[in-house]
Write a protein that binds this ligand. Structure first.
Ligand SMILES: C=C1C[C@]23C[C@@]1(O)CC[C@H]2[C@@]12CCC[C@@](C)(C(=O)O1)[C@H]2[C@@H]3C(=O)O
Ligand SMILES: O=C(O)CCC(=O)C(=O)O
Ligand SMILES: [Fe+2]
Length: 385
């Protein structure tokens, strides 16, 4: 699987030996303004829990899965999915390997710290550099083979960890490809349409697996697990431990919790998913909060097309006369923009482009000199060739 690189911004926080478990109060370095005023309205606002994120059963023989997914991506930018092929045993094994990793003493984890310019390894959540306060979490990012990073954690004994990660990645890749196909169908592409073009989006996908650890916190209302953000790829598949809720989505200006449903995975639309659908699917703002009693684990499988494939709005969804709202961008280029501009990055892609579907149904797919794929609306073809 191709791996991703990105520019790493200057980091104001040092990766140190802060021990969450032995702390009886939240130190100033980790104290955020009251959760209610973090950035957006509070999850405790009346009515905020009255709606819940849609649940889609991929194995359903009665419902219209394509329509359900389309509606969820448009209305929420997220949904929970059951009826997939990832077994409960695999999800449990992943979680227990992640727990084993985060339980290691600080010096062992620091031995596998991300090196400058690399996205893989142990560290603070990558978005930390944009915030003055520290988050109540640790992360471990894996892109491509887990072996090199795992060997740093467990010089002798990393086989089990690698086996579980590899199996999990394989299963998530299959699921991501299936979900991408269903999402494209829901955008109005038919099975016969431009097969090659769509395949660029779900064949040989690139992915990063982010393991997140949120230790129990003595003052959960003063701490932040993972600050509000959107994911940058096409979609993210998130497994969250069943012990405690933590994930919240910003929906209709309120924070809505996504309680863990045993066996369900959460699908989150990323910024490239928003671009691909010309803004029809929402890249949902989300965050993770912490709790007093449970050590919560999550695993986010963040995926996009191959790093060199340009993503631009597909023409079908808009209908005649709709203008292209975003320019074409590769995931690699977009990660560079995010590393510099974080939540302003997508605005930088905005264009008031040509009409993307004028009834002329021909859409070009070009292959650059070095085999660079390009999936684009007609007006981008010249730039991409
Ligand atoms: C490929 C990537 C997506 C990601 C940045 C990264 O290089 C590896 C970690 C990913 C992650 C996980 C936590 C939230 C997030 C915003 C972050 O800071 O790191 C995402 C990044 C992203 O989606 O851009
Ligand atoms: O832990 C969670 O629930 C959210 C994780 C997340 O948003 C991420 O890793 O991108
Ligand atoms: Fe996320």
């Amino acid at each position: 699987m191709p791996s991703l690189s990105m520019e790493t911004p200057h980091h104001p926080h040092r990766l140190d030996k802060f021990e969450f478990e032995s702390t009886t109060e939240v130190p100033d370095s980790h104290a955020w303004p009251a959760l209610a005023v973090h950035d957006y309205p509070s999850a405790s606002s009346p009515g905020s829990e009255s709606e819940s994120v849609p649940l889609v059963d991929l194995a359903s023989t009665t419902g219209d899965v394509v329509a359900e997914i389309g509606k969820a991506c448009e209305g929420w930018g997220a949904f929970q999915v059951v009826g997939h092929d990832a077994t409960v045993e695999l999800l449990d094994s992943l979680e227990s390997e992640a727990r084993r990793l985060f339980r290691l003493p600080a010096h062992r984890k620091l031995g596998a710290a991300k090196s400058p310019g690399s996205i893989t390894g142990y560290g603070l959540p990558p978005i930390s550099s944009f915030f003055s306060k520290r988050m109540w979490s640790e992360g471990f990012t894996i892109s491509g083979s887990p072996v090199d990073d795992a060997r740093k954690l467990w010089p002798q004994d990393h086989a089990r960890f690698c086996e579980v990660i590899e199996e999990y990645n394989k299963e998530m890749k299959k699921l991501a490809e299936r979900l991408m196909q269903l999402m494209l169908l829901s955008l109005g592409l038919t099975a016969q349409d431009d097969q090659e073009e769509e395949e660029e989006y779900f064949r040989d996908i690139t992915a990063a697996l982010q393991l997140n650890s949120y230790p129990a916190c003595p003052e959960p209302d003063r701490a932040m697990g993972l600050a509000s953000h959107t994911d940058s790829g096409l979609l993210t598949i998130l497994h969250q431990s069943s012990a405690a809720s933590g994930l919240q989505l910003l929906h209709s200006d309120r924070w809505v919790s996504v309680p863990p449903v045993p066996g369900a995975l959460v699908v989150i639309i990323g910024d490239l998913g928003h671009v691909l659908s010309n803004g029809r699917f929402k890249s949902v703002v989300h965050r993770a909060v912490v709790n007093r009693t449970h050590h919560r684990i999550s695993a986010a499988y963040l995926c996009g097309p191959r790093p060199d494939v340009k993503v631009s709005p597909i023409r079908r969804p808009a209908g005649r006369g709709t203008r292209q709202a975003y320019r074409a961008v590769t995931w690699r280029e977009y990660l560079g923009l995010r590393a510099k501009f974080f939540d302003k990055a997508m605005e930088l892609l905005r264009v008031d482009g040509d009409v993307i579907f004028d009834g002329d149904d021909e859409q070009k797919i070009s292959s650059g000199k070095n085999g660079t794929g390009c999936c684009c609306a007609k007006q981008n073809v010249a730039v991409c060739m």
